[in-house]
Design a protein around this ligand. Structure first.
Ligand SMILES: [Mn+2]
Length: 301
């Protein structure tokens, strides 16, 4: 299988999607997400780079595997930067969601929207987190709140609340609700999507993203209901139908400039094939949209 798709990127060069695998599960401490890259490679997907955690580093200061995760994010950040500098499209494959501290900090700009598709808020800090797992903390860290080792990854100015819009949320800890309300972050819950309808909610996200030059999408598969997407480490019931985030992502690629994207929390050990299908569908959308002409990846296997 060849790698990837072409589009003129304004400089007369062709744009390629470059997949970067992050073989990390230490942010959630449940077996499986660290195997996603190896699984996808077995299926024939081509990766530009793979970030593998170093052997166990210090586990101190409250956050589980904090040093190891910070190290992974620093290396991921430079890998993503390299792809961006070549004017290609970085597609980061998790791995748990803690990796977003690395992928997003590679291109921290005030003119960029961040779309966070997730069941969870991911705005805990070491003080508020009950589990002390880093995959519940990346968005707070990107805003400047969290473990100093994580803040070291991130360049200032930090992400501001205005830049962020969240979609599919339905599992928030009490301190996360306080955080989101205090900062004024717009989060669209799964319930609101059912009540107001998918179309109206997608339109709201599009309006948000249009206010910025570029958008980063961070797509956590646990936004989808576990009945349709069982291959995730921390499932939450009453989630989205798979078509909802896929329609959202497809609409955004049609209407705004998407510059980078994460697909996280894919756990092949817990999957029955349905989550893999959703990953492939997502990759199809990205490949078709990034390449105006054709897509070289054969995803019809
Ligand atoms: Mn998440």
């Amino acid at each position: 299988m060849r790698s990837f798709f072409l589009r003129y990127n304004g400089c007369g060069d062709k744009m390629f999607v470059k997949m970067i695998g992050v073989s990390m599960n230490q942010g959630c401490d449940i077996e499986g997400t660290q195997l996603a890259t190896a699984f996808l490679k077995q299926q024939g997907f081509v990766f530009e780079d793979e970030i593998v955690p170093l052997s166990e580093l210090s586990n101190q200061n409250g956050v589980k595997h904090g040093e190891l995760i910070a190290d992974v994010c620093v290396r991921l950040k430079s890998s993503v930067k390299k792809v961006l500098l070549a004017r290609d499209f970085p597609l980061i494959i998790g791995g748990d969601h803690a990796l977003a501290m690395g992928s997003i900090s590679a291109n921290m700009r005030h003119d960029r929207a961040i779309l966070w598709i997730d069941a969870h808020g991911d705005v805990n800090t070491p003080q508020t987190s009950e589990t002390k797992r880093a995959h519940g903390m990346p968005l707070a860290a990107l805003m400047g709140y969290g473990d100093p080792r994580f803040l070291n990854i991130i360049d200032q100015p930090y992400v501001s609340a205005d830049q962020i819009i969240m979609f599919g949320i339905r599992s928030l800890d009490d301190p996360e609700v306080v955080f989101l309300r205090e900062k004024g972050i717009r989060y669209i819950t799964a319930e609101e999507i059912r009540d107001r309808g998918e179309k109206a909610c997608i339109e709201e996200v599009v309006r948000h993203c249009k206010r910025y030059a570029h958008t980063h999408i961070s797509f956590d598969l646990d936004s989808i209901d576990p009945a349709y997407c069982p291959g995730v480490s921390t499932p939450v019931v009453r989630g989205l139908h798979p078509s909802t985030p896929l329609n959202l992502i497809s609409t955004l690629f049609n209407t705004v400039s998407i510059r980078s994207m994460d697909i996280v929390e894919f756990n092949p050990l817990l999957d029955n094939g349905d989550s893999f299908t959703i990953v492939k569908e997502t990759l199809k959308i990205v490949s078709r949209k990034v390449n105006e002409y054709s897509y070289a990846l054969n995803l019809e296997q």
